[in-house]
Design a protein around this ligand. Structure first.
Ligand code: AR6
Length: 176
């Protein structure tokens, strides 16, 4: 589904197959790989991604760091570290919002035009999908209000439940 004159797209699929300027990785603070989307990205990018990540010396929760995409169709990977969900009262919302803001900041700083996000923190880290999608789209809305020089923000949903959550949140937040 395309929203905001095509600037935002919500799709289902595997993020490792997207030929965009940058795909976002839902990493952990070591940046040395793991399961889920992180594992899939490292497998598809090849061993040079691990070497590049090693040089970054980790990443704080809510922050993001960029590497090349190596064998991926995407030119770059922006690695961000989402919060681990506890009970919603430990700053999880703000930390997740910060992940999106930092990815957008890096995107603009590097002159990137197209980006694809997975649903950060909603797998192994246990962040409730509906709440996470609202945060993702609220930050996207705020970012687009600044008229950034970008072409496309894609939300890649791994299953139909995630897709439904994004579409419902988009109806409230992006289609006003
Ligand atoms: N494309 C798009 N989305 C995907 C893909 C894919 N190929 N694979 C999974 N997802 P997760 P987290 C979705 O667990 O919760 C790792 O071990 C998945 O359905 O990958 O931020 C890291 O190293 C879910 O909705 O990331 C960390 O230790 C979303 O991506 C930890 O997991 C995020 O799930 C990070 O946990």
């Amino acid at each position: 589904m395309k929203i905001r004159d095509g600037k935002v797209e919500i799709v289902t699929g595997d993020i490792t197959t997207f030929a965009v300027d940058a795909i976002v990785n839902a990493a952990n603070s070591s940046l040395l790989g793991g399961g889920g989307v992180d594992g899939a990205i490292h497998r598809a990018a090849g061993p040079l991604l691990y070497e590049a990540c090693r040089k970054l010396k980790g990443c704080a929760t809510g922050d993001a760091k960029i590497t090349p995409g190596f064998q991926l169709p995407a030119k770059y990977v922006i690695h961000t570290v989402g919060p681990i969900w506890k009970d919603g009262n430990r700053g999880e919302d703000e930390k997740l919002a910060s992940c999106y803001r930092r990815c957008f900041e890096i995107m603009v700083a590097e002159g990137l035009k197209t980006i694809a996000f997975p649903a950060i923190s909603t797998g192994a880290y246990g962040f409730p999908m509906e709440r996470a999608t609202r945060i993702a789209l609220e930050e996207t809305h705020k970012f687009l209000e600044t008229n950034p020089p970008i072409e496309k923000i894609i939300f890649v949903c791994y299953n139909d439940r995630a897709y439904k959550c994004y579409i419902e949140a988009a109806a409230d937040i992006l289609i006003k």
